[in-house]
Design a protein around this ligand. Structure first.
Ligand SMILES: *Cc1c(COP(=O)(O)O)cnc(C)c1O
Length: 382
C-alpha cells in the first residue's frame, strides 16, 4: 500500500524503457546529434505542454525546468519586476519552508526594500494592501492537507492590483487545478510527487499568456534566450514560460518526466477531485470508526472540497507508529513532531488499499507494536 505518492510518485509504465533508450540510442549512439534528432532541444517545452490540460492552461504557458525552489525565486522576482512600485510579498503562516526561505532571500537581495509578510490565514484579506506586489500561496498545504480556494484568493489579490503566485506541489495530479479559471498569474510545482517524474525530477513553471512579455526571469541564462544558438552578445528573453529556463536541461531526468506524463492523457481533472474525495472520505470515516480512542486526531479538514489528496493525523508517537506500519507494508510518512501523513494518489490508490491501511494502523495501535525499540531511531529523510 503506497500512500506516499505525495512525496515521491512510483515508476510509471514505460519510464524505465524510455530511460534505457535515451541512454543507449540517444546518448551512446546519437551523441550530440540527439539535441536535434531526438528532440532534446525543446523537450522541456514539450513536457510542459503535456501538463496543460491537467492544469487548465495552454501548452506554451508551461515549461519543465529547474527545481521548484529555484522556480519560486524566478517567479517571485518576476512578479516584483511586474509591480515595480510595490514593496511587499504576502503569504500565510505555515507555508512550505522553501517558499518562505526563498521569499526571505529575495527580500535580503533587495537590501530590505522588499518586505515579506507572513500572516495567519484569517488575516489574509486585511494583509492585501496596495503596496503588495504578489501573494504567494501553496494550494494544498503539505502538512494539514488543507486546500485553499484558489479562484477566490486570486480574485482578492487582483482587487488590490497584486499578482497571484501559486505553488502546486501537492495539487498537480492530485486535484482539479484550473489556472485559467482561477486567473492565476504565475505558478510553480513539482513533477516528482503526484506526477511521478522520478526522484529530484525538474519542476514546472506556468506564466499566463497575458504576462508573456512582462514576466522577466531574473536569472538570465542562455537557455532562456529567444535564440540561444545565435550566441548573441546581449540577452534577449524568450517570451513566457520558455524564457524561464536558465541553462542546459538535465535530459535524463526530463526524459523520465516526459514519459511519465502519458498517464494523464485521458484523465479529466474533475475525475481527480472525485476520486481524491472518495478515497480520503473513506479513510477518514474508517479512522473514526475503527481507531476511536486510540490516540489519533484528524488535522485535515473534513469537508472534501477543502482538502487535497492527503490526510494527516496526529499521534504523539507518530514516527514509531509509521515505522511499525511500514513494516506491515503500508507506506506513508511523518512530519515532526507528531504528524502521520497518508497520500491517496487518485490515479493508482484503490479503496481496498484504504481499507487495508486502516486495518493495519488499527492493529499497530491496539497491539502497541510501535513500542518496539526497533522503531525508536529516526532516519534522516522522514
Ligand atoms: C515538495 C515541495 C516543494 C519542493 O521544492 P523542491 O525545490 O523540489 O525541493 C516546494 N514547495 C512545496 C509546497 C512542496 O510541497
Amino acid at each position: 500500500m503506497y500512500l506516499d505518492g505525495n512525496s515521491l510518485g512510483p515508476l510509471a509504465v514505460g519510464v524505465a524503457e524510455r530511460l534505457r533508450r535515451t541512454i543507449t540510442d540517444e546518448w551512446r549512439s546519437g551523441l550530440v546529434r540527439s539535441w536535434n534528432d531526438a528532440g532534446w532541444v525543446d523537450l522541456a517545452e514539450r513536457a510542459g505542454g503535456k501538463l496543460a490540460a491537467l492544469l487548465g492552461a495552454r501548452p506554451e504557458e508551461i515549461v519543465v525546468t529547474d527545481s521548484t525552489s529555484v522556480n519560486l525565486f524566478k517567479v517571485l522576482a518576476a512578479a516584483l519586476s511586474m509591480r515595480p512600485d510595490r514593496t511587499a510579498l504576502v503569504t500565510v503562516e505555515g507555508n512550505f519552508p522553501t517558499d518562505r526561505y526563498i521569499a526571505d532571500g529575495v527580500s535580503e537581495l533587495s537590501g530590505g526594500a522588499i518586505e515579506v509578510r507572513e500572516v495567519p490565514r484569517s488575516a489574509l484579506r486585511d494583509a492585501l494592501t496596495d503596496d503588495v506586489a504578489a501573494v504567494f500561496l501553496t494550494h494544498v498545504d503539505y502538512r494539514t492537507g488543507e486546500r485553499l480556494p484558489a479562484r477566490a484568493l486570486t480574485a482578492l489579490a487582483h482587487q488590490v492590483g497584486a499578482l497571484a503566485v501559486w505553488d502546486l506541489a501537492h495539487s498537480a495530479g492530485a486535484v482539479n487545478v484550473h489556472l485559467h479559471a482561477w486567473k492565476a498569474d504565475l505558478a510553480v510545482g513539482c513533477t516528482y510527487k503526484y506526477l511521478n517524474g522520478g526522484p529530484g525530477a525538474p519542476g514546472f513553471v506556468f506564466v499566463a499568456t497575458e504576462h508573456a512579455e512582462a514576466a522577466a526571469n531574473p536569472i538570465a541564462g542562455w537557455w532562456g534566450h529567444a535564440d540561444p544558438f545565435a550566441f548573441a552578445d546581449r540577452y534577449e528573453a524568450a517570451p513566457g514560460a520558455r524564457g524561464f529556463q536558465v541553462g542546459t536541461p538535465p535530459i535524463l531526468s526530463l526524459a523520465a518526466v516526459d514519459e511519465a506524463l502519458w498517464v494523464w492523457e485521458d484523465v479529466p481533472p474533475d475525475a481527480l477531485d472525485a476520486k481524491a474525495a472518495s478515497l480520503t472520505d473513506l479513510f477518514i470515516a474508517l479512522i473514526d470508526d475503527r481507531c476511536d480512542g486510540l490516540g489519533l486526531s484528524l488535522l485535515t479538514p473534513r469537508e472534501s472540497g477543502r482538502r487535497g489528496a492527503h490526510v494527516t493525523l496526529r499521534h504523539p508517537h507518530a514516527y514509531a507508529v509509521m515505522q511499525a506500519l511500514i513494516d506491515l507494508d503500508v507506506i506513508g510518512d511523518v512530519r515532526r513532531p507528531d504528524l502521520l501523513r497518508f497520500g491517496f494518489a487518485p490515479l493508482y490508490v484503490s479503496h481496498v488499499d484504504v481499507c487495508v491501511a486502516v486495518e493495519r494502523l488499527q492493529h499497530v495501535l491496539t497491539t502497541e507494536a510501535w513500542r518496539s525499540p526497533a522503531y525508536a531511531d529516526e532516519a534522516t529523510v522522514i
